[in-house]
Write a protein that binds this ligand. Structure first.
Ligand SMILES: [Zn+2]
Length: 118
């Protein structure tokens, strides 16, 4: 019995020592999960504010001026771009306007044209 316990103790010590000195060790560096979440949330909020500001200037613009882009969203064709004509630059100046689904305004949308249409 004593021999079995001694062998078990030796194995446990060997296990711990082996894992302590292993070449591959996981060392947590960088941000904590909560910090990551906060950073992602801040980025999302900044993007939201940007789009909201864009939409606010859209509503202040006179829609009867006839100079708006008017490009329809590829999934929601009732949603029309209210940016000025010729504004669209892929990945830089997306189309934007009030999101309209089934005749109801459901917030705002900013979108790029589908790749195959470009
Ligand atoms: Zn547009």
């Amino acid at each position: 019995m004593t021999l079995a316990l001694a062998v078990l103790l030796a194995l446990a010590v060997g296990w711990c020592w082996g894992h302590r000195t292993a070449r591959v060790r996981i060392i947590p560096v960088g941000a904590l999960a909560t910090e990551d979440e906060a950073a992602l949330l801040a980025a999302d909020r900044a993007r939201f504010e940007e789009i909201a500001a864009q939409l606010r200037t859209d509503t202040q613009r006179d829609p009867s001026a006839g100079s708006s882009c008017g490009a329809p969203h590829h999934l929601y064709p009732e949603t029309l771009c209210t940016e000025p004509a010729g504004h669209y630059v892929r990945d830089r100046h997306p189309h934007g306007g009030p999101l309209i689904i089934s005749g109801r305004e459901c917030g705002g949308a900013a979108w790029d044209e589908p790749q195959d249409a470009a």
